[in-house]
Design a protein around this ligand. Structure first.
Ligand SMILES: Cc1cc2nc3c(=O)[nH]c(=O)nc-3n(C[C@H](O)[C@H](O)[C@H](O)COP(=O)(O)OP(=O)(O)OC[C@H]3O[C@@H](n4cnc5c(N)ncnc54)[C@H](O)[C@@H]3O)c2cc1C
Length: 575
């Protein structure tokens, strides 16, 4: 059995930032960090457009209060305002710390960090490194993990959270290289396992974004918060779904329908293309439904719209958003200097997740916490994004709450002993689970079932939702769960068996999907990214609450938890 004072699962921005903060506060704390990818390949590395902070470099009028208001309004008033205050007040400090760590931010002429516009933000406050912001930050963090003596387990897959009597005691994991199983005993466990975009058939997320951390919590009997709120980013490159960053619109690109019209005028006359993502994604979907989408041959009635950069000119495109130009060129052969890009909404971000306090400690219910268990980043719900996240606030959340959580763990762990449990029980269980999958004699390929499941989620719980369709989706999901029993794993090898990983990930995806659908069915209102055609209005009286979904073999139970409102009273949301 391995032992660490703290074991962190996840090597993206949130996990790395927490590990560094623990070491900064107390270098004697023994920290292990596990990732099923190499940490540098965590989805954070793909973040493009920016990280928000009221640095006032470009816009002297900006303030943390303005940033907080934009975030709360963007969230459709579901964000917890105490958590938003910490996020926005800390933002300028963490940017300066990242800069001191060596992150190469893009600059203004006078050498200060540049800042650009982003959807839903009232001021230019997104700091960026061209359109490779996540790459720039993650590389510095990972380099510093090594310097600070964090033990890294890269390409290890965590299968189970060891949770007994409301106390986290460690994790069960295996080495992807040779399938060796290990138990890690830890005084504190932290999850930073990222999002679950792969629940849907079209997503900007990487292949590893399968919601494993969420599924492990759900299986351990812990609740998941606000799972109905899934962000569909307006500009996924059609047909692949790869992201074209909001920075492209931040730098001035237009959205046009088949008539060449800048249709955002109808939906958000003031903010136009820089309206928040939920509003813009719905606008695109409505244009397509109205027959004003575009076909590949340029005729009307198709299923995408155009993102037009042509008026921006080559120099601006190549200096500010070169990666987006490259993506369209590499994947579709489109030169955005001369031609518009085909785009449509793509599943992008999970607002919900593992409920945590503002110190990052995991909640067992609205009023109780779990001992020895923390979480941060996209897998967690603290909740700073409420029903809809503003672009550039997620990297910020990872860095701020990675730091806050790391700091809290550094204090917390000092008062704890190594927990007692029987590792053999967990080893036996894990071995059995793996052997069962390897020996399965079904007749379905994993990808057949996964595709069916992803199509089901996209068709039944996408940008717009309605009771009848979601109920059908839940029924279809039961059939798919039966089918998942019929899969077989061709590859029986112990060395880099990626098919086995896919089999385990399929289990995570399906559990997370069921939680999303059930939470969405229960929220009978429209708020932020959750848009019910049968309940088109926001209903503060009943639903100005966070949902907590508890998974159980026999069904999912939903409870609600109050929102923290201490600064901005809910108002109608207009842009
Ligand atoms: C294409 C794209 C562009 C984006 N651009 C921006 C942007 O410009 N600005 C912004 O603010 N946000 C952006 N976002 C969102 C933001 O990048 C993410 O929300 C954030 O990086 C998530 O970081 P994280 O640390 O929570 O998780 P991730 O970076 O996703 O890392 C998750 C980690 O958990 C590990 N893991 C997961 N499951 C297991 C398991 N079972 N066992 C072991 N390890 C496991 C993975 O290996 C990985 O190391 C973007 C997202 C995408 C997809």
């Amino acid at each position: 059995m391995l032992q660490h004072d703290v074991i962190i699962v996840g090597g993206g921005l949130a996990g790395c930032q927490a590990a560094l903060e623990i070491k900064r506060k107390n270098p004697y704390i023994d920290v292990g960090l596990v990732a099923k990818t190499h940490p540098i390949r965590s989805h954070s590395v793909a973040a493009q457009g920016g990280i928000a902070a009221s640095l006032n470099n470009v816009d002297p009028e900006d303030s943390w209060e303005a940033h907080a208001f934009d975030t709360v309004k963007g969230s459709d008033y579901l964000a917890d305002q105490d958590a938003v205050e910490i996020l926005t007040k800390e933002a300028p400090n963490v940017i300066i710390e990242l800069e001191h760590l060596g992150v190469l931010f893009s600059r203004l002429e006078d050498g200060r960090i540049a800042q650009r516009a982003f959807g839903g933000h009232s001021h230019n406050r997104a700091c960026y490194a061209s359109d490779k912001t996540g790459h720039a930050i993650l590389h510095e963090l990972v380099n510093n993990l090594r310097k600070n003596g964090v033990k890294i387990y890269d390409e290890w897959y965590v299968m189970e959270l060891i949770l007994e009597n409301n106390e986290a005691k460690g994790v069960v994991m295996y080495n992807i290289r040779d399938l060796t199983l290990e138990i890690v005993q830890a005084k504190t466990v932290m999850f930073a396992t990222g999002g679950y975009g792969r629940v849907f058939n079209t997503t900007s997320n990487d292949y590893a974004s399968t919601g494993d951390g969420l599924a492990m919590c759900a299986l351990a009997g812990l609740p998941l918060e606000d799972m109905e709120f899934v962000q569909f980013h307006p500009t996924g490159l059609y047909p692949v779904g790869v992201l074209i960053s909001e920075a492209v619109r931040g730098e001035g690109a237009y959205l046009r329908n088949s008539e060449g019209e800048r249709f955002m005028e109808r939906y958000a006359p003031k903010q136009m293309e820089l309206a928040p993502r939920d509003i813009t994604s719905r606008a695109i979907t409505l244009e397509i439904r109205a027959g004003r989408g575009i076909n590949l041959d340029g005729t009307a009635g198709g299923i995408f719209v155009h993102l037009d950069l042509r008026h921006m000119g080559k120099e601006k495109i190549m200096s500010r958003v070169p990666f987006c130009w490259e993506e369209a060129h590499r994947l579709l052969g489109i030169d955005a200097v001369n031609d518009p890009m085909p785009v449509r909404p793509t599943a992008h971000y999970s607002m919900g997740g593992i409920p945590v306090t503002t110190k990052g400690q995991v909640r067992k219910s609205a009023t109780e916490v779990v001992e020895g268990f923390f979480a941060a980043g996209e897998c967690a719900c603290v909740s700073v994004h409420g029903a809809n996240r503003l672009g550039s606030n997620s990297l910020l959340e990872c860095v701020v709450y990675g730091k806050v959580t790391g700091g809290a763990i550094a204090d917390y762990v000092l008062g704890r002993q190594f927990p007692v449990f029987n590792p053999q029980d967990y080893l036996n269980k894990a071995e059995k689970r793996i052997n069962n999958l390897l020996k399965k004699e079904g007749n379905l390929r994993i990808n057949e079932v996964r595709q069916g499941f992803q199509d089901c989620m996209t068709d039944h719980c996408g940008v717009f939702r309605v009771e009848k369709v979601m109920k059908e989706g839940l029924e279809r999901l039961q059939e798919l769960k039966q089918q998942a029993q019929q899969i077989y794993v061709d590859d029986k090898d112990t060395c880099f068996n990626t098919e086995l990983i896919e089999a385990l990930e399929l289990q995570s995806l399906m559990m997370v999907g069921e939680l999303i659908l059930t939470s969405a069915l229960n929220r009978q209102e429209s708020r932020g990214a959750h848009s019910r055609e049968d309940y088109p209005d926001r209903n503060d009286q009943t639903f100005l609450n966070h949902s907590l979904a508890y998974y159980n073999e026999n069904g999912i139970k939903i409870q609600y938890m109050p929102v923290v409102i201490n600064r901005f009273e809910p108002k109608e949301r207009k842009y």
